[in-house]
Design a protein around this ligand. Structure first.
Ligand SMILES: *Cc1c(COP(=O)(O)O)cnc(C)c1O
Length: 394
């Protein structure tokens, strides 16, 4: 080693720790890994032995996070991507090609519809939307033997719960693979692969990381569908960064307790709201009145999730008043799965791209508010909601 400050290379050897391993996985930011010689490059790049070469193809923090998520879903294979959308793109780019068709639930996340309908159309992959709560409509749509059926465990914002086992059976009868976006449920509530799905997707951005400080996605699935997925993630540039993976792995440590608490709070909030005169309707799978309550009891474990949607009697003006009145305790932030309670207004955010007719078909009005219930005390959340409801009445 020279002591000339301009000599950056070779870097100093790090002192080797003979005793004591870090309890917390280290954050390894290196974009590239050094090789001893061409023989080592051969061994790693041929896949004969595990190892890292270039972080777009894999790095320790992504591997640790993917492994944790894979286990949570009992998936044979798993990979993380730079976002939930990246994970969805990886799945379709790996499994579908020009001339293929995909069928999607008409209640899918807006950006997912945009990707699967508009973007894929440019690549010669066509998409058909279907109301997946109507199994006969789904059976009809699958007659054309599409590559993929894409659904969500719990939909946004009406929180419809998908009949995953039935949909898997219908799909498999036509040789179609079932991809389930499980973001609103998380593996704590539901593990779609156990109910017959072929692929599962999580936006780790939401409940899984749980702290609103990371954008990341996970794709898990069966080994026979996995051939092309790692290559697609690398070549299309969908890989995740080490720091994001490190944060999300930390977030996952508390996933189960967060989900349990948020779901219990959400149940109390849903019951409370359903008794209020200024609330026309409450959508929560844990309520008897929810159209999918029976399915939810069967498929969801440990609660019915953190999301509660409700309609204010006074429409858009009431929603605006309510949102302004609760802003200090419940921020209007169009995402979900944070530690604290947030709310969204689908008409002006997630569903603004739809026509008024399409929105009303889904049941979304100007008075629709979607809550992402956090892990505060249930009493505190209910007090904040009551203050908002008083502001409308007054
Ligand atoms: C947020 C979200 C996505 C997209 O995930 P990103 O991490 O934001 O790319 C996909 N599906 C659902 C249901 C989501 O809520």
């Amino acid at each position: 080693m020279s002591n000339d400050p301009r000599d950056i290379c070779p870097r100093p050897e790090l002192p080797h720790a003979h005793h004591g391993e870090p309890l917390v996985p280290p954050l390894e930011l290196s974009a590239v890994y050094r090789m001893r010689d061409p023989d080592e490059a051969d061994v790693v790049l041929s896949g004969a032995e595990p190892g890292y070469v270039y972080a777009r193809d894999g790095h320790p923090n992504a591997e640790a996070l993917a492994e944790k998520c894979r286990l949570l879903h009992s998936a044979e294979r798993g990979a993380v991507c730079a976002s939930g959308m990246g994970a969805l793109a990886a799945a379709v780019l790996a499994l579908a090609k020009s001339g293929d068709e995909v069928v999607l639930s008409d209640q899918l996340y807006g950006k997912s519809v945009q990707l699967l309908k508009s973007e894929l159309a440019r690549l010669g992959i066509s998409a058909k939307l279907v109301d997946t709560s109507q199994l006969s409509d789904v059976a009809h749509a699958l007659q054309s033997q599409p590559r993929l059926l894409v659904i969500e465990t719990i939909s946004n914002p009406m929180l419809r719960v998908a009949e995953i086992p039935e949909l898997a059976t219908l799909a498999h009868a036509q040789g179609t693979k079932l991809l389930v976006d499980n973001t609103f449920a998380s593996p704590v509530l539901c593990q779609p692969l156990k109910w017959g799905a072929d692929l599962v997707l999580e936006s780790l951005t939401k409940m899984m990381n749980g702290h609103s400080d990371v954008i990341l996605g996970f794709l898990g699935g069966r080994v026979e569908l996995w051939d092309r997925i790692p290559g697609v993630i690398s070549t299309w540039g969908l890989a995740a960064s080490p720091f994001d993976c490190w944060l999300a792995l930390r977030g996952l440590g508390t996933l189960a307790v967060r989900m349990e608490r948020a779901a219990s709070n959400a149940q109390s909030v849903a019951v409370h709201l359903s008794l209020h005169p200024d609330v026309v309707e409450v959508h929560y799978p844990g309520l008897n009145a929810h159209p999918d309550h029976a399915i939810a009891c069967r498929l969801l474990k440990g609660g019915f999730g953190a999301m509660v949607t409700f309609q204010l009697r006074g429409g858009r003006p009431a929603a605006t008043q309510f949102i302004r009145a609760v802003a200090d305790s419940i921020p209007f932030a169009p995402s979900l799965g944070d530690l604290s309670t947030t709310l969204s207004h689908p008409e002006s955010t997630s569903h603004r791209g739809l026509s008024p007719e399409e929105r009303s078909h889904l049941g979304i009005t100007g008075g629709t508010i979607r809550l992402s219930v956090g892990i505060e005390s249930a009493e505190g959340i209910i007090a904040a909601l009551n203050a908002g409801l008083r502001a409308i009445a007054g």
